[in-house]
Design a protein around this ligand. Structure first.
Ligand SMILES: Cc1cc2nc3c(=O)[nH]c(=O)nc-3n(C[C@H](O)[C@H](O)[C@H](O)COP(=O)(O)OP(=O)(O)OC[C@H]3O[C@@H](n4cnc5c(N)ncnc54)[C@H](O)[C@@H]3O)c2cc1C
Length: 386
């Protein structure tokens, strides 16, 4: 009989929850699974876009993390203040927790303060608060320009800002104000979802532009003037706005940086098939992990679908290490995501990011059925995990 082991998972977002719940099904109860988060509730981030358009409430897309305790997962509330990857230990509220297997699933921190004026001028729809204030502020806009701004790369969910622009455009039509409102999307990227390849990127850009949305690639914001409601870009361009919805710059959480876990990329380097860091028994998955796609020299996108798939692989491998049962698994780079396009429709991007000589991603045209697929997935996630 194996000794009782502790798996300590830092971060109860999509990756951490998927790992904890899968592991709990695979590991005998004698082994401890501790899941740490600073928040009391999990918010299903993909649904923030529907919260923004008034189609969801915060309660509908949140679940209390304590609900996982009833399933044999030890839920620890508190902020991770320090991580020692050599000792496989973390400090939460001054208390030290030691592990046999330590998993870092702390996601990406949102750092709007990197761009002067940004947080004072606009709404960060990547957070529950920002999506909620945007939901209310949009109702006051019946003329002028709505700007959807991607402040920096990389950012999680390459599809989300494109979806936000199309959903806001649909919202203006539903509110009967579309004629007086111009919608523009500004991004430092060369095109939407460039990692998916030129054909997918071009097809998505056409979908956006067909709705009369101005698409402005290669525009890196340098500053926002909240008083004059103007945005300045590194290429010398400027624009005004009546309403600003932004994706803030992202970075690895400070506690992860301070633990010496990050590489030059700013993220935690891992083996792309096993999520193992350079420290034995220490893993990183989801948004906090940095994986470079050797085929194209770009990072693997940060997305819940990928975090989930990585977590599944890691759960089987940790369970195997502890119990000696089951086959080892490898993350093969597969992922998929729905892309809301407005009018009650969604497209679907799916494929293999580890494909050679380039990621092999396919985009299915928007349909009502795919929109319902996205809704069904939201319900499934919240029901299955909680
Ligand atoms: C608007 C929006 C739409 C999206 N749509 C999609 C989509 O359609 N499809 C898709 O695949 N992805 C989507 N994503 C991206 C997806 O949500 C993320 O990629 C995914 O959540 C990453 O999972 P994670 O577990 O790595 O990190 P997260 O889910 O961000 O979880 C990290 C957790 O760590 C906790 N934490 C951080 N620091 C600390 C600390 N110091 N102490 C304690 N706890 C801490 C946080 O509270 C959080 O709960 C979307 C994201 C947004 C914002």
């Amino acid at each position: 009989m194996t000794e009782n082991r502790t798996v300590l998972i830092l971060g109860a977002g999509i990756g951490g929850i998927a790992l904890a719940t899968r592991l709990r099904r695979l590991l005998p109860r004698a082994h401890r699974i501790a899941l740490v988060d600073q928040e009391a509730a999990h918010v299903f981030a993909p649904s923030l876009l529907w919260l923004m358009t008034g189609d969801r409430t915060a309660d509908q897309i949140s679940r209390p993390l304590n609900a996982l305790a009833g399933r044999g997962i030890e839920v620890v509330h508190g902020t991770v203040e320090r991580i020692d990857p050599h000792a496989k230990a973390a400090w939460i509220g001054g208390r030290e927790l030691r592990a046999d297997h330590l998993v870092i699933a702390l996601g990406a921190a949102l750092v709007p303060e990197r761009i002067p004026g940004l947080s004072q001028a606009g709404h960060n729809f990547y957070s529950l608060t920002g999506a909620s204030t945007l939901r209310d502020a949009r109702l006051a806009v019946s003329r002028g320009r709505i700007v959807v701004l991607i402040a920096a790369m990389p950012f999680k969910c390459p599809a989300a800002p494109n979806e936000a622009a199309m959903l806001l455009e649909y919202d203006c039509r539903k509110r009967g104000v579309r004629e007086g409102v111009q919608i523009d999307l500004y991004t430092p990227e060369p095109g939407p979802m460039p990692v998916a390849g030129p054909q997918v990127s071009q097809a998505l850009r056409q979908m956006i532009e067909a709705k009369g949305i101005g698409y402005h690639p290669e525009h890196a914001v340098t500053a926002v003037d909240p008083a004059r409601r103007r945005i300045r870009f590194a290429n010398g361009a400027e624009t005004d706005f009546a309403l600003l919805a932004y994706v803030p710059p992202h970075g690895a959480p400070k506690v992860v940086q301070e633990a010496g876990l990050c590489a030059e990329s700013g993220w935690v380097p891992v083996d792309r098939e096993t999520m193992q860091t350079r420290f034995p028994g220490v893993y990183a998955l989801g948004d906090v992990a940095g994986i470079t796609l050797s085929s194209i020299g770009r990072p693997l996108p940060k997305a819940g679908a990928l975090a989930h798939n990585e977590a599944e692989v890691l759960a089987y491998n940790i369970a195997r290490e502890i119990t000696g049962r089951g086959a080892s698994r490898r993350f093969a780079g597969e992922g998929a995501c729905f892309i809301e396009t407005g009018d009650g429709r969604a497209g679907f991007g799916s494929g293999n990011f580890y494909g050679e000589p380039a990621p092999q991603i396919r985009l299915r045209s928007p349909s009502v059925l795919l929109h319902w697929g996205k809704i069904a997935y939201e319900k499934y996630w919240l029901w299955r995990q909680f």
